[in-house]
Design a protein around this ligand. Structure first.
Ligand code: NAD
Length: 362
């Protein structure tokens, strides 16, 4: 579909601001964002400038405030809504569940009610997360599909980090897609799954389609370098710049699928424009797993800080999953989308940008 008016919640954030800038070339774009201080250390001064230069309208308001959401909906009267506003830290959600449920769940309920009241919205695209899968798809030693249980804190405390099924058999992780049933292991993941349910169930049978992209670990220039709760590569850049070493959790072989923000923005644009909406959530990643240890080593190399301490601590965090890699065949088939940016290119760009940005604030 070709949208003429687009509302992006969380549109001042890392992904949302790049999406807003690109969409503003062809449509009226409005952003609803509360410029959360944890994300926007400068109060959002730089991003406001970027968005205004691109011709994007900004409404400062909280998704958890129904009046702000109604106002944004009425002012923009959008035919397409991208819902990105969220609290995003897995570990933080364990410590502050009310905050996560208020913003991610109640905020989405407000958006749903505002979409129904406005009646102009043909499609809503949700920024979902691969976190909803928990430990994700796995198979047993005979290659048969098996369910990976949420990892037991007692085993983790003994340094046993591998995946197991309910019978205690060790499992091998597989690339995951929407054929795998969600089994969230964190409050963040549960709140993000609830967003999917709210929009799908609340807009069922209405004139508003719901499209869900489940994103892997998005990285790139523009991700907050100050938010200690999300964006592991940005956190590492900050540590390196501050002259600190890097602690690697568990045994160093935690795997993540790092996908560049430019690729993710293209996936969102494709999801907004597709003639039909895929019935199932679509997984967006690079399709390749990288260990956190290897990612840290690459960053240290690019930063020319190879001598910096890098240690595997054996520590573990509530809600963390062991392996995450997307099966991206549905994204290719349904959206004609494939990632374009290699990890080497993306990391080099991230390091260059972090170096300049952190030098400016020093
Ligand atoms: N970055 C990733 O790796 C990743 C992975 C999976 C899913 N996602 C999802 O993508 C979306 C965007 O993530 P991001 O990486 O751009 O994060 P971000 O923190 O950079 O952006 C989120 C934006 O939402 C705003 N926001 C937060 N709480 C709000 C509230 N109560 N009201 C209004 N605005 C609020 C913030 O100010 C920020 O500008 C989120 O929904 C997140 O769950 C991100």
């Amino acid at each position: 579909m070709q949208a003429t008016s687009i509302l992006i919640t969380g549109g001042a954030g890392f992904i949302g601001s790049r999406l807003a800038e690109q969409l503003a070339a062809d449509a009226c774009v409005t952003v609803l964002d509360n410029f959360l201080p944890q994300v926007h250390a400068d109060g959002g001064a730089l991003v406001r400038e970027r968005l205004m230069d691109a011709g994007v309208s900004i409404i400062e308001g909280d998704i958890a405030d129904p009046a702000a959401v109604s106002r944004a909906m009425q002012v923009s009267s959008p035919d397409l809504v991208y819902h990105l506003a969220a609290e995003t830290g897995t570990g933080q959600s364990h410590d502050e569940p009310t905050r996560y449920v208020t913003v991610n769940v109640t905020g989405t309920a407000h958006l749903l009610e505002a979409i129904r009241a406005e009646g102009s919205v043909a499609r809503v695209v949700l920024a979902g997360t691969r976190a909803v899968y928990g430990e994700g798809a796995a198979c047993d030693s005979d290659g048969r599909p098996a369910i990976a249980e949420t990892r037991d804190p007692a085993r983790l405390a003994r340094g046993q980090f591998d995946l197991q099924d309910a019978a205690g058999r060790t499992l091998t992780p597989l690339a995951t897609d929407a054929a795998t049933a969600p089994r969230p292991t964190s409050i963040y993941a549960s709140s993000k799954l609830m967003q999917e349910y709210l929009l799908r169930q609340g807009l069922w049978g209405s004139g508003t389609d719901v499209s869900v992209l489940r994103l892997q670990n998005v990285y790139g220039a523009g991700q907050s370098l100050h938010n200690p709760y999300t964006g592991v590569l940005s956190i590492f850049c900050r540590l390196i710049c501050d002259g600190q070493g890097i602690e690697i959790y568990e045994d160093g072989t935690i795997t993540r699928d790092f996908v560049h923000v430019d690729d993710v923005v293209q996936a969102f644009i494709a999801a907004g424009r597709a003639e039909t909406v895929p019935e199932r959530p679509v997984d967006i990643g690079s399709g390749e797993g990288t260990t956190i240890l290897d990612a840290a080593r690459s960053l240290l190399g690019l930063w020319e800080a190879e001598g910096r301490p890098l240690w595997i601590s054996g520590a573990y965090r509530p809600g963390d999953v062991r392996h995450a890699v997307a099966d991206i065949s549905a994204a290719q088939a349904a959206l004609g989308w494939t990632p374009q940016v290699t990890l080497d290119e993306g990391l080099a760009e991230l390091v260059d940008w972090s170096r300049i940005t952190l030098a400016e604030v020093a």
